[in-house]
Design a protein around this ligand. Structure first.
Ligand SMILES: Nc1nc2c(c(=O)[nH]1)N[C@H]1C(S)=C(S)[C@@H](COP(=O)(O)O)O[C@H]1N2
Ligand SMILES: [Mo]
Length: 476
């Protein structure tokens, strides 16, 4: 409980704290302008230090004055604990996000390439597997749920360092200027990723097509700044986390909440006000916020009866009963499917070394296979396993004269919209659970679920399970 996060590093000597310790700082509303004593930077030779001193004297009023920020719980420990939580959370978000991009098989062709020009950033891409069949449901459920649940932690972390936003002078040295610039990328990047992610979930693909590009590039810019931040702060964070025991913090009420010792980083208030909340209370508030968000989102991915608690789920939490009673992303009406497109005149075209055309009745007369698979959307929601039945993609490939097909182009009767065509990979064609489904849960597909025929492939992102299929073109 004694050392500040800086204890024993040799950096925080008396000079660093000069004028910043609680006792020597003026009251926040003091009439005489507060001037910091000579800090370590002032001792450094060179014009920057001198200019910095002049600027410091001229700190504008308000948040730029050290006495402005008065919460006694702000300090290296709180910042570090929240930072540690973010370190884990952001890492998982990044990995699951990269997996989500790989799940589109963007390497297969320009049609799937949601971010043309990704260049080197696609270095890690691999063929997305079909096993386990719930893989995308898990990775994308985690990605979206965690992205929502992490928001209170992120806001608390930003709150804990907000005085640093108003550092005066704005830059003490070129290195300091560079560091602050990287913080703009860090904070801007994370807010950008959250904003684009949440808008995509809640507003139904608000940036059709370009969402992937924005979110993907944003992630790499953010992660570059994040990695730099971690490298620069890991040691400091670790020392601060260990500066007091979690158990003692959790055992301390508001009345006994004391500020941390003055720190050289400018997190601890120069003139702390009496505590109105303990650190325990603040962490509890953040935890409760995250828990509430967890309860309101996780059900959309976990399913079962938890679906009812998913108040933030954008897609029909409580769909109508019946075999077709599960989430619908885009209804037939929403994407302009005409009754004549999917009526008696509908034919399935199959192309390979042979060209074939089938009516729905002819397809139903062939051997039907069943697979129990979920729809798992990039938006994070997923259905429970549904019992699909229809024709195996690999049998259709053989019919087309391409028994060893390495890709299939799936085209919908849909005329416009981002998701009317997709390329699937060889492993997806040959998995015995990959179907062109005609029925679901024993009933013909409903119009909104893709009647007369739709693709359903294990572990495939929902968006690649094309509805209202018109043609399949197999290539080797
Ligand atoms: N032709 C076509 N197929 C489509 C879509 C679409 O807009 N058009 N939406 C996709 C998306 S984003 C998802 S998540 C799934 C949803 O399937 P469902 O509505 O049957 O649950 O269908 C996919 N198939
Ligand atoms: Mo989707």
């Amino acid at each position: 409980m004694t050392g500040s996060g800086d204890g024993g590093t040799g950096r925080g000597d008396g000079g660093a704290d000069g004028g910043r310790s609680p006792r020597s700082a003026p009251p926040a509303t003091g009439a005489t302008p507060w001037r910091p004593g000579p800090g370590p930077h002032a001792r450094r030779a060179g014009g920057w230090a001198g200019r910095a001193r002049t600027l410091a004297g001229a700190a504008p009023p308000g948040p730029f004055r050290p006495g402005f920020w008065r919460s006694p719980i702000r300090g290296p420990w709180l910042t570090a604990v929240l930072g540690l939580a973010l370190l884990f959370g952001v890492t998982v978000l990044f990995v699951t996000g990269l997996l989500s991009y790989a799940a589109y098989n963007p390497g297969l062709g320009a049609l799937n390439d949601k971010t043309p020009g990704k260049g080197l950033l696609g270095f890690y891409l691999f063929t997305w597997p079909t096993h386990p069949y719930w893989l995308y449901r898990l990775t994308q459920g985690v990605h979206v749920t965690l992205g929502v649940v992490i928001v209170p932690v992120l806001l608390a972390k930003l709150w804990s360092v907000v005085p640093k936003l108003f550092t005066w002078p704005p830059a003490r040295s070129p290195a300091h200027a560079l560091e602050r610039l990287s913080l703009i990328l860090l904070v801007g990047g994370v807010l950008f990723e959250l904003a684009t992610g949440v808008l995509n979930i809640q507003l139904d693909y608000i940036f059709p097509g370009s969402f992937y590009t924005l979110h993907f590039y944003g992630a790499w810019v953010f992660m570059a700044a994040f990695a730099a931040h971690v490298v620069l702060r890991l040691g400091r964070m670790w020392r601060a986390v260990r500066s007091r025991s979690l158990r003692s913090v959790l055992g301390t009420d508001t009345a006994h909440t004391e500020p941390e010792p003055a720190d050289p980083y400018g997190l601890v208030a120069a003139a702390p006000a009496p505590a109105t909340v303990s650190r325990r209370g603040a962490l509890g508030l953040v935890g409760a916020g995250s828990l509430a968000l967890l309860v309101m989102t996780a059900g959309q991915s976990i399913g079962g009866s938890l679906r009812r608690t998913a108040l933030l789920a954008p897609h029909n939490r409580d769909p109508a009963p019946g075999p077709n009673g599960f989430q619908i992303n885009k209804s037939a009406g929403a994407v302009g499917i005409r009754a004549s497109d999917i009526g008696p005149a509908w034919r399935l075209q199959i192309r390979g070394t042979r060209q074939l055309s089938f009516t729905r009745a002819q397809l139903l007369a062939m051997d039907q296979h069943t697979a129990h698979l979920p729809i798992a959307c990039v938006e994070g929601w997923s259905t429970d396993d549904q019992g699909w039945s229809g024709l195996r993609l690999r049998d259709l490939a053989a019919l087309a004269g391409e028994p060893h097909a390495t890709s299939v182009l799936v085209e919908s009767v849909q005329r416009r919209g981002a998701f009317r065509r997709v390329l699937l990979a060889g492993n997806q064609i040959h998995d015995p659970l990959s179907l062109l489904a005609l029925h679901v849960n024993g009933a013909p597909l409903s119009t909104d679920h893709g009647y007369p025929a739709r693709v359903i492939v294990p572990a495939n992102p929902g968006v690649n399970n094309t509805k209202w299929v018109r043609s399949l073109t197999f290539r080797t």
